[in-house]
Write a protein that binds this ligand. Structure first.
Ligand code: GLY
Ligand code: MN
Ligand code: MN
Length: 435
């Protein structure tokens, strides 16, 4: 299927879930970083999911009239502007955008205030991301007021607002073939970056040098951005869960934890690997590493259709609790360690999240109060860890060891597919690559 057809099909699926109404889905605004310098532009995920259109200052409008079996897909975008295009680059403009992206109608974004009251007249409901942007909430209220002014000529006003995210989150949770193709490529690029990082790491280099290698590999393979700020954490820094300073010197005898993934064409990957700076795990590091790996493999085994969302987390906890007791980090029975949550001294986060356009992707984790069931086409991470800060009641040989192992997993009809399987993960694989 051609890429554009995936977007048209998604719009039609979304429209078929709409009542008689109008969905207004703007892309993200450009953001100033400082003075007149902007952050690199990143479109809104919902907007891109339905359009494939990457320019800023664009709005998707879908007008659904189920009783007429009609849905119109309308794009508002920037006009062509030869003068601005000299400075900022190419713009499609409405005519070309209509042809290239499969819309029924396209208009200049400057016509939005004229057109929207016309579209909203005599419709029942507006679909909007209520509360996401005060500016857009206000604009929509203004258009509604304009429609209301036409009341005496018989025009009716939409009487409800529904959040389009409720429908789109469920759609985005199940990835289609086009999305999976992109996610596999994103995963492959991130795997390459982690391999490169292992190969170039050695004592005395700085965390930022390794980060630079990751970013270089992302970009030279066509990925536009890191999907999130890379964590490159040597030694004790690995015990800071969101460490992003990445400015310390690496020491022989320490581990290096790297949590990094690229974003390719709007889709994230998210990999963590932990390996010894000097290429050889010490005995204590190996104990913790093998434990986290066993927990991760046990969790991945639980990723299959019909299993509850938290089955992988519960499986990881069983393995970790047993291991913490065996290594003298926790005391008592497995049940007691789980019941009192004593394990949280060393494992304080959950075992994964949905993965997709957003690294922590959309989709409810519970339905009707119960963890939702996994089904084919869902993509998630599996990422147990163990972080041991110095403390009196903790054996000293484990102090400052932080390990996390994270892979990206697709739920398949019969089990799962590990999208990031090619990143070395066993002690032997890692030590061999680092030689
Ligand atoms: N890198 C973000 C996460 O692992 O959740
Ligand atoms: Mn993650
Ligand atoms: Mn991660």
């Amino acid at each position: 299927m051609k890429t554009i057809e995936h977007f048209v099909k998604r719009r039609s699926r979304f429209a078929s879930a709409m009542r008689c109404g109008v969905a207004i889905i703007p892309t993200a605004p450009e953001q100033l970083r400082n003075r007149d310098a902007h952050y690199p532009y990143r479109f809104d995920s919902y907007f891109y999911y339905l359009t494939g259109f990457k320019e800023p200052e664009a709005v998707l409008v879908i007008v659904a009239e189920p009783e007429k079996q009609s849905d119109r897909h309308i794009l508002f975008c920037r006009d062509k502007d030869p003068e601005r295009e000299i400075w900022d680059g190419y713009r499609y403009g409405p005519d070309l955008a209509k042809a290239e992206f499969g819309f029924d109608e396209c208009y200049s974004v400057t016509q939005l205030d004229d057109k929207l009251p016309e579209f909203l007249a005599n419709k029942e409901i507006i679909y909007s991301a209520l509360g996401h942007s005060a500016k857009w909430d206000q604009r929509i209220a203004g258009w509604l007021n304009q429609v209301r002014l036409q009341g005496r000529s018989g025009v009716t006003v939409p009487c409800g607002i529904q959040d389009y995210r409720t429908v789109l989150d469920e759609m985005r949770l199940i990835k289609d073939d086009g999305e999976l193709r992109t996610m596999r490529r994103a995963a492959d690029i991130s795997v390459q970056a982690h391999c490169k990082a292992m190969q170039v790491t050695c004592p005395d280099r700085y965390e930022y040098e390794i980060e630079a290698e990751l970013l270089y590999t992302f970009h030279r393979n066509g990925a536009q951005y890191p999907a999130y700020t890379s964590i490159v954490a040597g030694g004790a820094n690995a015990c800071i869960l969101h460490y992003i300073d990445n400015n310390a010197q690496l020491k022989s005898g320490d581990l290096l934890l790297i949590d990094a993934g690229c974003e390719l064409d709007g889709y994230a990957s998210d990999i963590t690997r932990t390996f010894p700076v000097n290429g050889c795990f010490s005995a204590a590091q190996k104990d913790i590493y093998q434990l986290v790996l066993a927990a991760q493999l046990s969790a991945i085994d639980q990723v299959k259709p019909g299993n509850a969302w938290d089955a992988p987390h519960l499986a990881a906890l069983q393995v970790l609790a047993r291991g913490f007791i065996d290594l003298g980090l926790c005391h008592g029975s497995i049940d007691a360690v789980l019941e009192t949550e004593d394990y949280k001294r060393f494992y304080m986060h959950r075992t994964g999240h949905w993965l997709g356009m957003d690294v922590h992707d959309v989709g409810e984790y519970k339905q009707h109060g119960e963890w939702r069931k996994l089904s084919s086409g869902m993509t998630l991470t599996v990422e147990p860890g163990c972080y041991i800060r110095p403390a009196e009641n903790v054996p000293q040989h484990f102090w400052n060891i932080g390990v996390r192992i994270e892979d990206d997993v697709l739920v398949t009809p019969n089990g799962n597919e590990l999208l990031t399987a090619a990143a070395p993960k066993t002690v032997t694989e890692i030590e061999e690559l680092m030689q």
